[in-house]
Design a protein. Structure first.
Length: 366
């Protein structure tokens, strides 16, 4: 009975206390609490709005860029065809450049499989003849020999060609006649034998520094550079990829930039022709693929195979390719052979080249 009375008493006291009017301090506390909750909700909404607006702005920039790029390429192709009667294209391992009037162009091949060379062609009328052709070729040859690398500040082709051979070629160009009577004069000069090794050395410290910051194997980065462009800083593909690591502004370049800065930015063609910019964000894209698409893969060899294949074919496509494979339960050889058997033919060849070159650069950074 006493216990019962005690509990009733406690309950009575509780009711009395709860029924007491709030003090000014209590009211102030509740007001401040509500204000803080409201502020936090507003901040969350503001952050969401910022992210939404940033994404919208990026998409607008992409659309604007693509329209401008398409227009620029259409104008370029039109001028090429007007001058030469056909389209002239370049591979990613060739640096192509036209004179202002489009009647002279140069092709610098960095592809060691085909042999490196500089080729300059000019088209002239019979009346203009050899003298004008030689002047055109000399002007174009000097322009490419003097063009500077944005990273080193030195000529891109410094040490890659014997100037005496270039001068000799200008004096003795080969000539052919078109059906319309115009004459095409050509000079072709080989690059020095060790140009590929020289160019790898040129970007060695840059690659090593970036790879160290991103915790990537420097051998992997340089193998990708070698495979993508053969160290051609002016590399440009038909799909709109630019520079040493062949970055498309709205894809690999934007993803690499986002990985570093946590915001998206549309890098320009000119920016991506700068080796320091290109290698920084190309390497960051490699790291992003590894961290964001394959974080659960415990074996580093398997993960590297997936990253290399993704760099070429796209990470979403590679994840889809392996959707029915428990990657962690199979061997690294299985992953490699699965890519070599089931990926796109280009990707099959690509992973083989990158792995072979990565092994070839073993000890290069020591």
């Amino acid at each position: 009975m006493k216990k019962m009375i005690f509990f009733v008493f406690i309950a009575y006291i509780s009711v009395l206390l709860s029924a007491q009017p709030q003090t000014s301090a209590d009211i102030l506390y509740e007001q401040q609490k509500k204000q803080m909750e409201s502020l936090m909700n507003n901040q969350t909404q503001a952050q969401q709005n910022i992210l939404s607006n940033a994404e919208k702005y990026f998409k607008e920039q992409v659309e604007k860029y693509e329209l401008e790029y398409q227009k620029r390429m259409e104008e370029h192709n039109k001028k090429v065809k007007e001058a030469w009667g056909k389209f002239i294209t370049f591979s990613t391992k060739e640096w192509g450049s036209f004179s202002q009037d489009y009647k002279t162009y140069s092709r610098v091949s960095f592809d060691e499989e085909k042999g490196g060379f500089i080729e300059v062609k000019t088209i002239v009328t019979k009346e203009e003849g050899k003298k004008v052709a030689q002047e055109n070729i000399k002007k174009q040859m000097n322009a490419i020999l003097e063009e500077k690398d944005d990273y080193t500040g030195k000529p891109i082709l410094e040490g890659d060609v014997e100037k005496s051979q270039a001068e000799k070629g200008i004096l003795n160009p080969t000539v052919s006649q078109q059906s319309d009577g115009k004459m095409i004069y050509t000079v072709k000069v080989p690059l020095v034998d060790d140009y590929a090794k020289r160019n790898a050395q040129k970007y060695k410290s840059l690659i090593q520094g970036i790879a160290k910051v991103l915790q990537l194997p420097a051998e992997l980065v340089i193998a990708v550079v070698h495979t993508e462009s053969s160290f051609n800083p002016r590399a440009q593909s038909a799909s709109g990829a630019f520079g040493l690591m062949q970055l498309i502004p709205k894809y690999g370049a934007a993803d690499g930039y986002y990985y570093v800065h946590k915001e998206k930015k549309l890098l320009t063609q000119e920016e991506l022709f700068d080796p320091s910019v290109n290698i920084k964000y190309g390497s960051a894209y490699l790291k992003a693929i590894s961290s964001l698409y394959f974080p659960a893969i415990s074996n580093e060899v398997k993960k590297e195979y997936l990253v290399i294949a993704s760099y070429n074919m796209g990470p979403t496509a590679i994840k889809t390719l392996f959707k029915n494979v428990d990657i962690n339960s199979v061997s690294s050889e299985y992953v490699y052979n699965y890519i070599k058997t089931n990926a796109a033919k280009e990707t099959q060849d690509y992973i083989e080249k990158v792995i072979k070159r990565k092994d070839g650069y073993s000890g290069f950074f020591k």
